[in-house]
Write a protein that binds this ligand. Structure first.
Ligand code: C2O
Ligand code: CU
Length: 454
């Protein structure tokens, strides 16, 4: 049963493989003879799916399940995932959402590869360089295939316990060979939020409530991933919590929270640390579903979403970014609007970028090593969760108000109507990279541009 959110059903290994971290990353990817530390085969099949709730729909499974198998890696490992398309009409791909893989492995049909047709297979190989919570999904007709079930969780556990994502990470004592203590917490639980065609919302494929067993006093990292096409609120009852990470990057100095709600961008992930109270349990809630963390039979109240929102612009404490965003090599303005016109020859009212549509939207050109600054504004009337492939951007300001909290690195950022965000990043991953709205129907309606290296 999928009611147990423990990671026992996943694939991955126990870290006995060769020490990949000792070899430069580019060599690993370029060396086709190197044996991967983790090998996974995912067979995609179009079939009717019935949820534990009894609801059914025409779906897509991976190895006969949806969500697909959890892929759990250890930082530095070389993974090979072979996608076998058994029967998904029109072809499919796999995109590693939030993982900054080499461009050829990015899984964007029509840009980095052709769609894998029924009867074909494609091997993805990449090194899991950064620890964190990610997910994977098809990037072919994704507004249909992701919804239908072609997605799963991808977790990269840090080599160093303490959740260190890099040299700036917190230094906590612990056995570096113990991969099961990300963030110094006792255990972790994955919570994939998803709504299948015509069904109620699910958490790890189950409508309603899912349990994760943990003892009194245990701190549990709950990895919430929003695979739906709209931003979602997430909140906690039964005990205090902290926000450990956003989009796979650890936050600096996360303080305890109690009564606030969080907003998880479409495609975004938020890692929460919850601590099981001496009696009872903690409930992590989103609209229609919840994850109950505690001893078997322990209960926690179901509560309505709190009014107060955690503003990640001001959460946690400042820390060095690792580059200087005040001296950018490139500055771009990215204004989202809506206008009547023709998109690929079809008349309609479409999303625009800087007033342009579809093939008329220029690419953002950068050179490797550039510090890039971007101002994203939105006057289109709706929120757009913008997702840049292959890179993480740090949020510098919103509506001209500078960030005062932890560096807030994202790969998926909600830009509300009337808002303006200043973000920056280092162009360190050559290729052609999609930058699009993760409300997936909006991408079909033209809200797509690309970042391209000269
Ligand atoms: Cu999660 Cu371009 O996608
Ligand atoms: Cu959108």
């Amino acid at each position: 049963t999928s009611a147990d959110a423990d990671h026992g059903h996943g694939v991955g290994d126990d870290g006995d493989g060769p020490d990949a971290s000792a070899v430069p990353v580019t060599e690993l990817v370029a060396d086709p003879l190197r044996v991967p530390d983790v090998h996974v085969e995912l067979v995609a099949r179009a079939e009717s799916v019935t949820l534990p709730s009894g609801e059914s729909f025409d779906g897509i499974t991976l190895n006969a399940v949806t969500p697909g198998p959890e892929i759990r890696l250890r930082q530095g490992q070389l993974v090979e995932v072979v996608l076998v398309n058994e029967s998904v009409a029109g072809g499919a791909t796999l995109h590693w959402h939030g993982v900054d893989v080499p461009a050829a492995m990015d899984g964007v049909a029509g840009v980095t590869q052709d769609a894998v047709l029924p009867g074909e297979r494609f091997a993805y190989r990449f090194v899991a360089e950064d620890a964190g919570s990610y997910w994977y999904h098809s990037h072919q007709v994704s507004h249909e295939q992701v919804v239908a079930g072609m997605f799963g969780a991808l977790i990269v556990e840090p080599v160093e316990p303490g959740g260190a994502d890099g040299p700036d990470g917190a230094d906590e004592p612990g056995d570096p060979d113990e991969p099961d203590e990300p963030g110094g917490t006792a255990s972790d639980a994955v919570a994939l939020l998803h709504t299948y065609p015509g069904t109620s919302r699910t958490l790890n494929g189950t409508a309603g409530e899912v349990r994760h067993e943990a003892g009194p006093g245990d701190a549990v990292r709950v990895r919430v991933a929003n695979t739906d096409s709209t931003p979602t609120a997430v909140w906690v009852s039964g005990g205090p919590f902290r926000v450990l990470a956003v989009d796979g990057t650890e936050l600096h100095g996360p303080t305890p929270l109690e009564r606030q709600r969080l907003q998880v961008s479409a495609g975004g992930r938020i890692d929460l640390e919850v601590t099981v109270p001496a009696s009872g349990a903690v409930r992590v809630q989103a609209l229609g579903v919840s994850l109950l963390v505690g001893p078997a039979d322990a209960e926690a109240p179901t509560v309505p979403a709190p009014a107060e929102l955690v503003d990640l612009l001001h959460y946690g404490t400042l820390a060095p970014l690792g580059f200087d965003p005040t001296r950018p090599d490139r500055s771009f303005a990215y204004d989202i609007g809506r206008a009547p016109g023709f998109l690929a020859g079809v008349p309609g009212i479409w999303w625009t970028i800087n007033g342009r549509m579809g093939d008329d939207v220029p690419m953002y050109m950068v050179r490797e090593g550039d510090v890039v600054e971007m101002r994203i504004t939105n006057g289109s009337g709706e929120v757009h969760p913008m997702h840049l492939h292959g890179h993480h951007v740090v949020v510098l300001a919103r509506d001209g108000v500078a960030a005062t909290g932890s560096p807030w690195w994202v790969d998926s950022l909600d830009v509300g109507h009337g808002e303006s965000y200043d973000v920056a990043f280092v162009a360190d991953n050559p290729g052609i990279w999609m930058d699009h709205c993760h409300t997936l129907p909006h991408a079909v309606e033209g809200l797509v541009t690309h970042l391209m290296y000269e």
